[in-house]
Design a protein. Structure first.
Lengths: 451, 482
């Protein structure tokens, strides 16, 4: 008997004295185990923190955009200034320019300040006009042109304060920064504080942010999302009308009818690839096919809608096919067995049963299309558009903006007030997305059946 | 006639066809529908389909193809001698198109545009008032071309309307004439619908053809104007307005890869570890809310990440890392874009890896645990190796997303094309340059604009290759366990 090998190979180096005490190796292994779990947990926490950070940053920057500083003051619409002809003739009225209205507003503000017993301080009367937004005279002018009977009366108007004054109350402008700024001065801000105590100046909810069109570079206080929201809705309409029927038809063909051959393989490979093509490439496609080749107008919602349709198609087809696949074959067999044609089987039984899945996929596809920016940049949707597009179908060919592009556009401007606007616009966009996804989830929860 | 009205008329005709077809079928058997081959609605349906579908197809094809024919006619009217220095006839055509559109707009408002066509200066001011800004007064030949284009446009519209209505009525008559009790209306409807379904599925193929054709066509244009070897191998990117630009893709590719690598360095560990934790450790209830929460990151539009990079991450990195450490003072940098893109890509890595880890058979885990391995040893030595091909596929898909991403880099990475290793320096990527070259003011036919198509083609091929490799790897792996 050779005693070279011990009976228990571990006995030689087993230093463990008791089962109750872990040996160093077990300790090390358990420590590794704990560390590994901690890594996993850290990763999740980091990912969630990133999400929270993103949302806090956007909401923190954007919520002030929904509030705006207004100056409330009575304005006497002097007939001698606004209607020199005295006949309330629209052509005559139109001759009074925004400059005249601007002077009128400044005068009214000066009078009101005097009436309240406040002193102008070091603010020169000519700088007083700068405290009112350049957009306000135009708004007042439109109000008068729409209703000439107002001339000669005194009305109380709620005009936008200038972007700098607004920024002062939102913490963007300080007395120090105002001293270096040629658009405002510390004296103006001091006067604004006085106006606030006197109740002339107040910060209110700003519905204009959602309804007004974009404004020029120097008037961030007047910029709104009206045209962008209309443009986005038009595009989503085009996408829905085109992508849903085409997507469902493609899915039905591939799932229910298509024979297995080279042709259907080609279609399938195509769809899988299209889903992964970078979105900017669709922009190039839109530019060269729809604009350069077919001659459709730039910045039009129809072009944006067509490009987004092509992008959304695979995103609708993939969940639709999954929904069709989930309908059990026994239902088809039963329908065919009692004499329904294949099309009847599909329209009467398969499609209604798959509808919740199809709708969920469609809404999620639409939500993705709504936030898509890059392809729209290439088809000229970044243009500055102030006029609302007309009524569809002709309105689809008018220039318009879109929510994500408007956001991009605002980030490219100089005035810091636009960063707040862009973040505010993102909140609007996110609200739309959350609403759409909530509807999708509701559909899924409410109607989805497990067979 | 407006498009909306025409569509309404066609739809009305289709409804009329339905009623007529159904009534004729029922009338022929004197109400005894047992003698009909199909149920009465099928006779209506096939008539309605024959009425509406060809007419709508005609309109769609006509609208897409008509500019080709219209413009060739107008183009021939442009006098080559009148062309301004350095402008091609195509460029003048763009002006012609704008003038024509402007005039149509004025005409739609009810203004008389005939006198405008006689005087270029009045035309220019009228168009300026309408928001169509012209740089110079249109030349007589431009005016002639504009008039011809508008006339041709009107004629074409009219012809299209007449043709569509004629086709609809023809289809209606044909459908009605075929109806008799033996006519297999159900089969005909099914066949028709089948062709429609097949036609719809061709849209996907046509899209791919359109993408490849538009990229290739303009890229070939570009390579005729600019040598391909320069484009692919030059390390200088310096587009110039007056021509003589250097358009080397290498600095752009470098920027793209650098940003993507940083994004992956951020996203892969975080995504993979969260996937492992969720799949192997997390309780069901934790998983139920953490997984959707991480996936929210994938649902946020990229413009949001772009703004986040621009106003939050960029300044933060500049003020707390780059400036104090003396590494630069640009708020847009490779690091900014890479970090934010990394956050965006996390859910792509984590969701796919999660699915793949869950697909590893439980028996493998049980075997390893039964031999005394701790859970982490099981994961590291059994689960991950088994899932590795799938995880690699997921990472490649994430990489393809990162390479094709546009908005984050447009807003976060900067615009300077550089070959540099410093991550806090502003660099640019292929997608940024596609956007800037195509939204700039340069002439369309110049190499500075056309280069965007060559860049697009490169990007398309790059992402396509990555996707195919990823799909092949994932598919191969799936076959192992099914």
């Amino acid at each position: 008997m050779t005693a070279s090998a011990p009976l228990n190979p571990r006995a030689a180096h087993d230093t463990r004295a008791s089962l109750l005490v872990q040996d160093p190796r077990t300790k090390a292994r358990n420590a590794t185990e704990k560390r590994f779990r901690a890594y996993g947990l850290t990763a999740i926490v980091v990912a969630l923190l990133a999400l929270v950070w993103l949302l806090i940053s956007i909401f923190g920057n954007g919520l002030p955009a929904f509030k705006q500083t207004f100056i409330t003051l009575p304005v006497t619409l002097d007939a001698a200034v606004l209607d020199k002809g005295g006949k309330r003739d629209p052509a005559d009225l139109a001759k009074a320019t925004t400059v005249a209205y601007g002077k009128l507003l400044a005068k009214s503000l000066e009078a009101e300040i005097a009436a309240k017993g406040l002193s102008l301080g070091a603010v020169k009367p000519k700088d007083l006009a700068k405290m009112i937004s350049e957009e306000s005279p135009a708004t007042l002018r439109n109000q008068v042109l729409a209703n000439p009977a107002l001339i000669g009366t005194t009305i109380t108007v709620n005009v936008l304060a200038s972007g700098r004054i607004d920024g002062y109350y939102k913490g963007r402008v300080s007395l120090e920064s105002a001293a270096l700024d040629k658009n405002t001065s510390p004296e103006q801000l001091a006067l604004a504080d006085q106006l606030k105590t006197a109740g002339l100046l107040s910060t209110q909810i700003n519905p204009g942010f959602l309804s007004m069109p974009d404004a020029s570079d120097k008037r961030p206080e007047a910029a709104g999302l009206g045209v962008a929201i209309v443009g986005s809705i038009y595009m989503m309409f085009v996408v829905l009308v085109l992508a849903l029927p085409i997507g469902v038809a493609t899915s039905v063909y591939l799932e229910e009818f298509a024979p297995k051959n080279k042709f259907t393989d080609l279609i399938e490979v195509n769809i899988a690839n299209l889903a992964a093509v970078p979105s900017i490439v669709y922009g190039i496609l839109g530019l060269s096919i729809f604009i350069n080749f077919a001659g459709l107008p730039q910045s039009a919602p129809i072009v944006g809608g067509l490009v987004l349709t092509l992008m959304t198609l695979p995103r609708i087809i993939i969940p639709t096919r999954a929904a069709l696949k989930a309908v059990p074959p026994s239902i088809r067999d039963a329908a065919l067995g009692i004499g329904a044609s294949r099309l009847q089987t599909i329209t009467h039984h398969v499609l209604p049963l798959a509808m919740p899945g199809i709708l969920t996929g469609t809404i999620i596809g639409l939500a993705q299309a709504l936030g898509e920016t890059a392809p729209l940049l290439l088809i000229g949707m970044v243009a500055f558009v102030r006029d609302f597009p007309g009524v569809p179908p002709e309105g689809l060919f008018d220039p318009a903006s879109a929510l994500p592009v408007q956001i991009y556009n605002w980030t490219q401007r100089g005035d810091p007030g636009f960063v707040e606007r862009a973040s505010g616009a993102i909140i609007v966009l996110l609200v739309f997305l959350i609403a759409m996804n909530a509807v999708a989830i509701y559909f899924r929860r409410k109607f989805e059946r497990r067979w | 006639m407006s498009l909306g009205l025409l569509s309404l008329i066609l739809l009305a005709l289709a409804v009329f066809g339905y009623v007529l077809g159904r009534r004729k079928a029922v009338g022929q058997v004197e109400g005894d529908i047992r003698k009909l081959h199909s149920l009465p609605p099928f006779y209506g349906r096939i008539t309605a389909l024959l009425t509406a579908v060809p007419a709508f197809l005609l309109i769609a094809v006509w609208l897409l193809a008509q500019p080709l024919f219209l413009e060739s006619k107008a183009l021939s009217l442009i006098n080559p001698a009148e062309l301004p220095e350095g402008k091609s006839a195509e460029l003048v055509m763009a002006d012609v198109r704008r003038v024509a559109n402007g005039l149509n707009m004025l005409a739609a408002r009810g203004e008389d545009v005939t006198p405008l066509l006689a005087s270029p200066s009045a035309l220019k001011s009228a168009l300026n008032d309408a928001g169509v800004v012209l740089e110079t007064e249109p030349t007589p030949s431009t005016l002639a071309a504009t008039a011809a284009l508008r006339d041709a446009g009107k004629t074409s519209r009219l012809t299209m309307t007449v043709a569509a209505l004629a086709l609809a009525l023809g289809g209606l008559a044909f459908g009605i004439s075929r109806i008799n009790p033996e006519y297999r209306a159900r089969n005909a409807t099914e066949r028709f619908a089948m062709w429609l379904l097949m036609g719809s599925s061709l849209v996907a193929v046509l899209t791919t053809v359109g993408i490849v054709a538009s990229l290739l066509f303009e890229s070939i244009h570009f390579f005729r104007l600019y040598p391909a070897s320069e484009f692919f191998f030059s390390t200088v990117w310096k587009p110039q307005f007056g021509g003589g630009s250097s358009l080397g893709i290498l600095p752009l590719l470098w920027g793209t890869l650098y940003v993507s690598v940083i994004a992956l360095v951020v996203a892969v560990p975080i995504g993979l570890m969260s996937a492992i934790y969720l799949a192997e450790y997390a309780s069901k209830s934790t998983r139920a809310w953490v997984k959707p929460a991480i996936e929210i990151l994938a649902g946020i539009p990229t413009i949001v990440y772009g703004l986040f990079a621009l106003v939050t991450v960029g300044p933060l990195l500049r003020d707390y890392f780059a400036s104090p450490l003396g590494l630069g003072n640009s708020s847009s940098s490779v690091m900014t874009a890479g970090l934010v893109m990394g956050i965006m890509v996390i859910p792509f890595v984590s969701s796919l890896s999660d699915d793949i880890i869950n697909a590893v058979p439980q028996s493998l885990r049980d075997g390893s645990l039964g031999l005394g391995a701790t859970p982490s040893e099981t994961i590291k030595q059994v689960v991950i190796p088994a899932a590795l091909p799938g995880i690699v596929g997921a990472v490649l898909l994430a990489a393809s997303r990162a390479i094709g991403e546009t908005m984050i880099v447009v807003m976060g990475a900067g615009a300077a094309a550089k070959l540099s290793l410093d991550p806090f320096e502003a660099m640019t990527t292929v997608t940024v340059k596609i956007v800037s070259q195509l939204t700039g003011d340069t002439e369309f036919a110049s190499p500075e604009t056309l280069v965007a198509f060559a860049l697009g083609l490169t990007l398309f091929c790059l992402t396509l290759a990555l996707n195919i490799v990823a799909l092949v790897i994932v598919r191969k792996y799936r076959e192992q366990y099914e």
